[in-house]
Design a protein around this ligand. Sequence first.
Ligand SMILES: Cc1ncc(COP(=O)(O)O)c(C=O)c1O
Length: 458
Amino acid sequence: MKHQQNTELETFIQNYIQITKASKEIAQKFRLRLADNRSPLLFSLPLKEISYSIVGKRSSGSKIWDIEGNEYIDLMMGYGVNLFGHNPIFIKQAIADQLEEGIHLGIQSEVVGEVAELICELTQMERVTFSNTGTEAIITAIRLARTITNRHKIALFSGSYHGHSDGTLVKTQLENETIHTVPMAPGIPLNIAKDVLVLDYGNPHSLDIIKDNERELAAVLVEPVQTSQLNIPSREFLQQLRQLTKEADIALIFDEMISGFRIHPGGAQAWFGIKADLATYGKIVGGGMPIGVIAGKATYMDAIDGGMWNYGDASYPQVRKTFFAGTYCKHPLAMAAARAVLKHLKTCGVSLQQQLNQRTSQFAEDLSAYFEEDKLPFQVKHFGSLFGLNTIGSFQGCKDTDLLDFRLVLLYYNLLYRGILLRGNGGFLSTAHTDEDINSVIQAIKDSITNLRKGGFI
Ligand SMILES: Cc1ncc(COP(=O)(O)O)c(C=O)c1O
């Protein structure tokens, strides 16, 4: 780094620590005992002194307050959970009412059937079951696909995230001029990677590879729009995937953890007009409580319980079942919150998402206009109310932050210093964000960029 950059960075780091020192103290105090992988961004040596999470105290609407009383406009929004902002009264009340009744696990939750019906109504899926996280929902959807198709391989796309199970934490690697699928992290067995094809999202060649492997493929798992690559056009590719998987009896699984209930009440399936065989949801639908949802065609979902049957006749569960379980599945608090969320979504109708998508679109347009006018090396993309910032061109700055451009990392911390909390290089708008919030975000971005320019980073 140049001398000017070093000096400005040092000043910024001191100022940042000054207002967030209590969070830093907490990080240091508990580091020995608390193995904590949740730091705001990847560790980078030049930013070591500010590598700690801000400790939150309270949240309401579009805001979070930290333990020192600093106020943040939250754009992280629980990694996409808080579509209605923090602590909306209708969810808070539903959870409080259930808490009053008790948290009885194991016995059936009174509202679980209603929640299942509401999900089917909104997503047009036939049957539903519940897990505790998105990761579990993905594990289960894949298992259902393998059970029903009697095949073992799955295909997914590089750049996607499908949770943290071994089965999806894989990547491609070039070895002796051949592409192999290998584990993405230490501790993941090589054998698991052998059953996964990692393909290029949006690339027609991927369709050929699926075709070549159709007899072995149980499922194609796809984030309808990749959170990490919002700029890749998806509609046509998804249509082709649908056609191909239908012809080959491969289960098409939409991972709707982010798009579900956000882009449209019926998620990406409704948005693109494409019906998947299975879809997984989480985040928004749990209203802040941990939840995962596996929904899909009865053909696949019947492997959970053996399928439909009635009392008083000769019917019985006839479909071959797989294994599915979880102590906390259908947790009464999660079910109560989910019912409140789904009823709210149903009452508001599609206009809730339409308005929010439109506001995000305007936000992205305004920001893009500023980036272009000022010839800044940033780009903003969005899919509905999810947005992401990218850098254009390379930056000869810092070797340690190879995954996220150092300028984006600095922008992240500069925004945090100015009371704006991003999710890495982007974030989510919620229905709680006001025009004033959005204007403050744009102003904070401008002020941060002025600071980056002063430091010679742009
Ligand atoms: C697309 C997608 N799939 C799966 C997951 C995993 O969900 P969870 O963190 O609830 O396990 C996430 C989480 O961010 C996600 O974004």
